[in-house]
Design a binder for this molecule. Sequence first.
Ligand code: ZN
Ligand code: ZN
Length: 317
Amino acid sequence: MYIKLWGVRGSIPTPITSAEYRSRLKRALEFARDRWQTDPQKPAANVIEELPIETATLIGGETTCVEVRDGDDFLILDLGTGARMLGYELMGKGPPRVYNILLTHTHWDHMQGWPFFVPGYLPGHELHIYSAFPDCEERFIRQQTFEHFPVEFKQMASSRSFHLFENDTHQEISGFKVSSFNLKHPGGAAAFKIERNGKKFIFATDTEYFGPDLAEQIEMSRGFFADADLLVMDAQYTMEDASAKIGWGHTPTQNTIECALQWNVRKLVLTHHEPTYIDAKVLELYQDGLEYLTDHDSKNKDTLTVEVGVEGAVYSL
Ligand SMILES: [Zn+2]
Ligand SMILES: [Zn+2]
């Protein structure tokens, strides 16, 4: 399986600000000046390779969208604003005619890319949208009324079918075994487990593993999450913000790592980054998470790797 993250920001698209861009430029120039003082011939590309992570890494501002592919078989998870760029790439490759889309839920940051997803406008293109919501089509129609967007949902030339994917069930879709699991989130959200060739990828964004019942929550979810090869999971908050935002439906990074340890996950990728955190803060939170992992006494820590989700990142299983 090939998995690509097209959007990793939570809640609302978050482009880099001019102030942050200039501050990075300043740090990069100062870093390069020091390098060139000792080695004036060092190629710029090599200097860029040596830049510290907080200067070189762009987390990305698009909201949730993930592509899962195995040869010509593929699935799309969520239609956040990252879906716009995915749509362009799919068209550039010679477009497929059938698209299977798994929707975790219908908060804006998970479906706002839809009106900009080019395949949706093309006749002869067949889109299948799976979710736990019997009224999912009405939700798309409401998002796209004429007051809010010049082309209404029903005017789009592709054909769309909506399919119910009830929680705690599984279906075969495009050659993948897909299972769903109900998450704690306002209005409901589903995690999806995608299995193929003995490998397990789980996508669990928009969920709140926090509070006095955390241990019980982790235990109740174990059957679904156990032994995942790759888990891409909500890690939106610091502990402090999680305490101030109880019931908002998101998890502090430390608890996301605790979950992955308890479930014996092989690789954890942190996602749904808080829009008010600049990239440096997201990376700081990630570093704190790595320290938490290092200090942990779980035997699973030696087999778990943790990465911060970055727009455009690709994983293969
Ligand atoms: Zn969200
Ligand atoms: Zn949500």
